[in-house]
Structures are given as C-alpha cells and as structure tokens.
Design a protein around this ligand. Structure first.
Ligand SMILES: NC(=O)c1ccc[n+]([C@@H]2O[C@H](COP(=O)([O-])OP(=O)(O)OC[C@H]3O[C@@H](n4cnc5c(N)ncnc54)[C@H](OP(=O)(O)O)[C@@H]3O)[C@@H](O)[C@H]2O)c1
Length: 252
C-alpha cells in the first residue's frame, strides 16, 4: 500500500494535496491545528483512507511524538511507499527588519523551518525498520531565492528549508536505500495565504500591487492544479534529482 503524511491539510494547497493523493489510492494522514469542514467532507468520501491528527507545527517539542503517532495509524508491514509532505506554512509576519514582532517571527520559523526538519528527522529515524520507499517533499517558495521587502522572515525560513533539503539529499546518497527529498516551489496559488498577502499593508510590503494584479488578471493557479503537478512529480522517477525545484518548470 501507499501512504502519505501531509501537514497543513485543513485548507489551501494541503487540502488539495490530500484530495489528489486519495484519488490516486493513497491512505492519507492529514495534520493541522483544526479539522476544517472541507477536510471533514473529504474524510466522509474516504472514511477508511483519510485520518486527521490535530497538530500545532509551532509546538516543536511534540513533533517527533506526533510523527510516531502518525505511523501507528498505518499498517506499516504492508507499506510499499511512504510520503511526507511538509506543506504547513505561514507568511506572517509581513514586516521589515527593525519592525519584527518577536512572537510572530518565532512562530514563523517554527512552522516553516523547524517543523519540517523535526518531522523529517523523526521519519528517517523511526522508519529504519520499515521496508518501504520514503519520499519527502518540502513546500518552499520562490521567496527563498528572491528578496521581497517585507518578507525577510518568510523568505529566510524558506531558504533554510531549501538548504535543509540539499543537506538531507546529500546525506541520503550515501545510504543503501536512500530516502528521496526535495524542496518544491508551487508558484502563486489561490489560497488563504494569497488573501493574507493582498490584505497586507503596502507600507510593509511594497510588492503588494503585483499580487493584487496576479489575482485580478487570473495569474494564480488553483490549489488543485498545483497539487496535481506536485504529486505527479513526487511520484515520478525524476523526483529527488533536483533537491530544489520550481514546479512551474515541469511540463503540464
Ligand atoms: N499560496 C501561494 O501562493 C504559495 C506560494 C509559495 C509557497 N507556498 C507555500 O505553500 C504552503 C501551503 O500554503 P497555502 O497557500 O496553502 O497556505 P494557507 O491556505 O494559508 O494554508 C496554510 C496551512 O498551513 C497550516 N498551518 C499554519 N500554521 C500552522 C500551525 N501552527 N500548525 C499546524 N498547521 C499550520 C494551516 O492549518 P490550520 O491553520 O488549520 O492549522 C493550513 O492548513 C506553505 O508552505 C506556503 O509557504 C504558497
């Protein structure tokens, strides 16, 4: 059997990733702070294959135990392939250095960078006995390489995530049965995160007009389109060949 653990499963890209995986026959464990109505509806269509685990990605100390709990929900002896998709993320705080709210900054680094590191670490440690193929996708952002004033916290957390993937990929190359890992940029996707960006203060985020225009001119991809491309790539023979990849470079 094939299974996936997806963080940020309640809405946006994470919800679409869960739906796509379920359609392909995967058993899915979705993590978020709360089970949204949309995720409950999805579980209603797939009662045996979608499990929800409440989890706060900012609660760093709990994450290793959480990954262990997720594995107990899966018939690990039958697993042929196990995916971890580190998708949960926050764009806040949108502010320039000199104006950072400390609590929000710490929360963003915990959710966007520390959580993927700890969940991946726990998966690699706890799956030592599993006879299955492991693939880890970390949902990153073009903000990891391009500097947008006001996104210093977000962009730095994603740059850290990219480099984490490069390191783990290099480490795994030495293994007899390497886990595959990559950071993937999903493009500009029509989710709550984009709504947050469009509602930001232009004084804090001078590029706001660019994102307003993308929405106005139909320049955003749907969560379903982005999810399909991510899963197509994650399941392909090419996955892991690039440890950082913008999915817009992949053929439709
Ligand atoms: N949308 C875009 O254009 C875009 C572009 C580039 C990269 N990305 C990346 O794509 C990923 C998904 O973003 P999205 O656009 O789908 O965002 P979204 O619609 O705002 O959804 C964010 C998801 O992350 C979860 N999350 C946030 N804080 C959490 C916490 N403390 N603990 C647990 N879960 C938490 C949310 O769950 P709850 O709040 O229900 O707990 C929700 O499911 C993110 O990593 C983002 O950086 C998005």
């Amino acid at each position: 059997m094939q299974a996936a653990i997806v963080t940020g499963a309640s809405r946006g890209l994470g919800l679409a990733l869960c739906a796509d995986l379920l359609q392909r026959g995967f058993t899915v464990i979705g993590l978020a702070r709360q089970e949204s109505t949309a995720l409950k509806q999805l579980a209603g269509h797939h009662p045996d294959r979608l499990h929800f685990l409440p989890a706060d990605m900012a609660d760093s100390a709990a994450l290793s135990g959480l990954l262990a709990e997720a594995l107990t929900l899966l018939p690990t002896a039958d697993l042929q392939q196990l995916l971890l998709i580190n998708n949960a993320g926050v764009v806040a705080p949108i502010a320039s250095a000199g104006f950072y709210p400390t609590t929000e900054l710490l929360q963003a680094i915990a959710v966007n960078l520390t959580a993927p590191m700890l969940l991946t670490d726990a998966l690699l440690r706890l799956s030592d006995d599993l006879d299955c193929q492991l693939r880890v996708a970390c949902i990153s952002s073009g903000a990891a390489i391009k500097a947008y004033p006001g996104w210093g916290v977000y962009g730095s957390s994603k740059a850290g995530l990219d480099h984490f993937c490069r390191h783990v990929a290099a480490e795994q190359q030495e293994r007899a049965r390497p886990a595959l890992i990559a950071a993937l940029y999903p493009g500009v996707v029509d989710t709550d995160m984009q709504a947050t960006i469009r509602s930001s203060d232009p004084a804090q985020f001078p590029n706001k007009e660019r994102f307003d225009a993308l929405k106005r001119d139909g320049g955003l991809s749907s969560p379903q389109q982005a999810a399909r491309k991510i899963i197509d790539h994650l399941l392909s023979a090419d996955f892991g060949q690039h440890s950082v990849l913008d999915i817009r470079q992949l053929p439709d």
